[in-house]
Unconditional design. Structure first.
Length: 250
């Protein structure tokens, strides 16, 4: 069932999202060669709890960590671990914050230390794809308009869009209807209504869009070993246009 949120609920989710964005901004200075993805997880967990919120991913279907930290060819749901990060590693940090019952979900990607032109281009294309999708999140548009905008741009840049993992509704629980693919046909799919809150979270690969699953049952990685990048925002569908909730306060 799709739940439509009130202005009060959306405002509360924006407070949660602002905290989440603060964490991501803080990670820009924290992430550097020599640390581990376990260090990132511990930093995020402490930051969230120190600000009176809950790391909602802990305990979700048995998941044990405050974050998913996916490295290089890992697409999503990477386990934090004690592998030392090095220059040009591409890190995706995904988290869900629960602030007084209000949910927010966002993933940012980071390049560790010194980067290459290849990695920087993938990151910039993925970020732009996210915002092109958000532009289509208008009252009266359809889910397919979002996916079509993302897929057309990404494939035009020579990359591929992951099919197996998609965006979703959120609040008051972490994953709700509707599903939000990052590929598809314009003018197709569910019509967007005022009060919907969804995530748009394209995962973009340098090679094939196909994935394979690690033995841990959670972590997905590219089938051909190519790099994968992701950016995600939580946003509300409003009559004034899409309202991004996972942004820092002005």
């Amino acid at each position: 069932m799709i739940t439509l949120k009130s202005e009060r609920e959306i405002d509360a989710m924006a407070e949660s999202g602002a905290l989440l964005a603060d964490v991501h901004v803080a990670l820009r200075d924290f992430i550097k060669p020599g640390i581990t993805s376990w260090d990132i997880n511990q930093f995020v967990h402490k930051y969230i709890e120190d600000h009176g919120a809950i790391a909602e991913q802990i305990g979700f279907e048995g998941y044990e960590y405050a974050t998913c930290v996916s490295i290089n060819d890992e697409i999503c749901h990477g386990f934090p671990r004690k592998e030392v990060l090095k220059d040009n590693d591409l890190i995706k940090v995904d988290m869900v914050v629960n602030l007084k019952g209000a949910m927010s979900d966002s993933c940012w990607s980071y390049i560790v230390g010194e980067s290459t032109e290849e990695t920087e281009k993938l990151l910039e294309v993925t970020k732009k794809a996210l915002y092109l999708g958000i532009e289509q999140a208008q009252v009266g548009n359809r889910i397919g308009d979002i996916g079509h905008a993302i897929q057309t741009y990404v494939e035009g840049e020579g990359y591929s869009v992951v099919r197996e993992f998609i965006g979703h509704g959120i609040g008051p629980t972490m994953h709700e209807a509707p599903s939000v693919p990052h590929y598809g046909e314009a003018g197709k799919g569910l019509r967007l209504k005022e009060g919907m809150v969804i995530t748009i979270e394209p995962m973009v690969n340098t090679g094939t869009w196909k994935s394979k699953m690690d033995n841990n049952g959670w972590t997905a990685r590219t089938k051909d070993g190519g790099l994968s990048c992701q950016f995600e925002h939580t946003l509300a569908i409003t009559k004034e246009g899409p309202r991004i909730l996972t942004m820092q306060k002005d």
